[in-house]
Design a protein around this ligand. Structure first.
Ligand code: NAP
Length: 455
């Protein structure tokens, strides 16, 4: 083999972990070619479908990924699902290495009686709904309700509560699903409950996100002072946690009549049943105490909260891929420091489970790229051209990066002068706007899979 032969890598999942891995692979002095594969017609994964629609400054990181995506060594294969359109074994035949960076798009199970009632909607689906995810954009979300219960004390719970609490004006510059925005605007909501099974010291939300709840136009966050530990106990906390406590202590001084919507931040309560006949009418909770080892244990004391919607925000998990070992406890692929098995790696949430911010994926992707470069040698595999031929033979319409740019242009035009974009949600419309079609010979001749800004 010539020394110039490129290492061919298939990255499955075009989100932050995938792009950070690609970025580091390209920074090596070895020639590398990358197929960035995503089951959705659009790139950027969590940035598009997870980050809250009113957090545009966080979403701006996509510009960095775009620089990687536009490199001639990188080709986007959107609308291509591993397991449906191409198998893992086929990818291993076509590429020297495969990186699984498909994130954690499914909800951790919420296993209490009543969890299947209409009006119980896991965070993956609920966030996907207001973020125009093709799988969830047509979800049946009835917001003709006065109260909603959001379960969990992580940043996803805070996002969900904040989006439900915001006014149309506060969402005007977001890229929220217009249908979701209209339903939230019409909803007669007065009470939002954010429920944690442990105490204030154990809550997982971060100060910036928690702090945003204090600046909302129509909603006031409330904390029962009796649930806060003595102030001197905060001294042992790290600075971030101490900041969280300062904010919670401020919220404990708020009055419920200050604004029309109340955000009740409840601690020491674990859900034991969703109540209702056919649809959600309430949530039964058991009071807890936190043991020395940090676990919440039930005290046997029950209380109910009336609500018409329950959104468990209790963490995510990766969707298993046939042929790959999976750790159901952590909700990710079994791996040894990112290596699943020979020539297969995992990056991001698929590797670590669903924790950490977007930035956490940068060192993670870099580490996987370095490891892969040190362990895998090019072996004359067909790479992107081979994948293109296989998908053409299967008549599978794909979205190339320049096709995605058509979607992006239309969305930005629809956003007008106020919104950053109005997203296209339905898969069929995305594919139509992109002009998705099976790869052609012409693609090959023009090197169209090797996207460039000029195309
Ligand atoms: P998370 O931070 O792990 O929080 C999950 C919450 O659900 C915890 O409070 C957990 O309680 C609770 N929980 C888990 N199982 C439960 C059960 N069976 N019953 C009741 N409560 C349960 O997860 P996340 O909120 O999904 O966030 C995922 C990651 O994305 C986090 O790292 C988060 O910081 C990040 N994120 C960041 C941002 C941002 O930076 N703006 C926004 C969104 C998400 P225990 O602690 O008791 O387990």
């Amino acid at each position: 083999m010539s020394e110039e032969e490129p290492l061919t890598v298939a990255i499955v999942g075009a989100g932050p972990a995938g792009y950070y891995t690609a970025e580091r692979l390209l920074a090596s002095d070895r020639p590398v070619e990358i197929a960035m594969i995503d089951r959705l017609p659009t790139p950027y994964g969590l940035i598009r479908f997870g980050v809250a629609p009113d957090h545009q400054s966080i979403k701006a990181v996509y510009r960095r990924y775009e620089k990687t995506a536009m490199r001639p060594e990188v080709s986007f294969f959107g609308n291509v699902e591993v397991g449906r359109d191409v198998t893992l074994d086929e990818l291993l035949t076509l590429f020297d290495a495969v990186v699984i960076s498909c994130g954690a798009g499914a909800d951790r199970p919420f296993a209490v009686p009543g969890a299947r009632l209409r009006g119980v909607i896991g965070s993956a689906a609920f966030v996907g709904w207001y973020n125009c995810h093709p799988d969830y954009c047509d979800l049946d979300v009835d917001l003709d309700i006065e109260a909603a219960a959001v379960i969990g004390h992580g940043n996803v719970a805070v996002d969900v509560v904040r989006i439900l609490a915001k006014t149309p004006d506060e969402l005007a510059k977001s890229d929220i699903n217009p249908e979701a925005a209209a339903r939230i605007a019409r909803a007669p909501l007065t009470d939002l409950y954010m429920i944690g099974r442990r105490g204030p010291h154990e809550a997982k939300f971060t100060p910036k996100e928690l702090g945003e709840l204090g600046g909302l136009a129509r909603a006031v966050p409330l904390v029962d002072p009796a649930q806060l530990p003595p102030e001197d106990a905060d001294a042992a906390l790290d600075p971030g946690r101490r900041k969280v406590m300062e904010i919670l202590r401020r919220y404990a001084e708020n009055r419920p009549d200050e604004k029309p919507v109340r955000i009740h931040i409840l601690f020491y309560a674990r859900p034991v049943a969703v109540l209702g006949d056919g649809r959600v009418a309430g949530l039964r909770l058991e009071r807890t105490r936190v043991e020395a080892d940090g676990r919440a244990v039930g005290t046997g004391e029950m209380f109910d909260v009336s609500c018409g919607l329950v959104v468990p925000c209790i963490g995510y998990r990766s969707t298993p891929i046939a042929g790959l070992p999976y750790d159901p406890r952590r909700g990710c692929f079994e791996n040894d420091n990112g290596r699943i098995r020979e020539r297969i790696y995992a990056a991001g949430w698929a590797r670590r489970g669903p924790t950490g911010t977007i930035g956490t994926n940068k060192p993670d992707g870099a580490e996987i790229a370095e490891r892969l470069l040190s362990e895998v040698a090019p072996a004359g595999r067909a790479g992107r051209a081979g994948l293109r031929r296989l998908l053409a033979a299967r008549n599978r319409p794909i979205v190339r990066f320049r096709d995605w740019k058509k979607i992006e242009r239309v969305e930005e035009e629809r956003g007008g002068s106020i919104r950053p974009r109005v997203k296209i949600a339905r898969r069929e419309e995305l594919l139509a706007v992109a002009g998705a079609h099976p790869p052609t010979e012409e693609d090959d001749a023009r090197g169209a899979l090797r996207t460039s800004a000029a195309e």
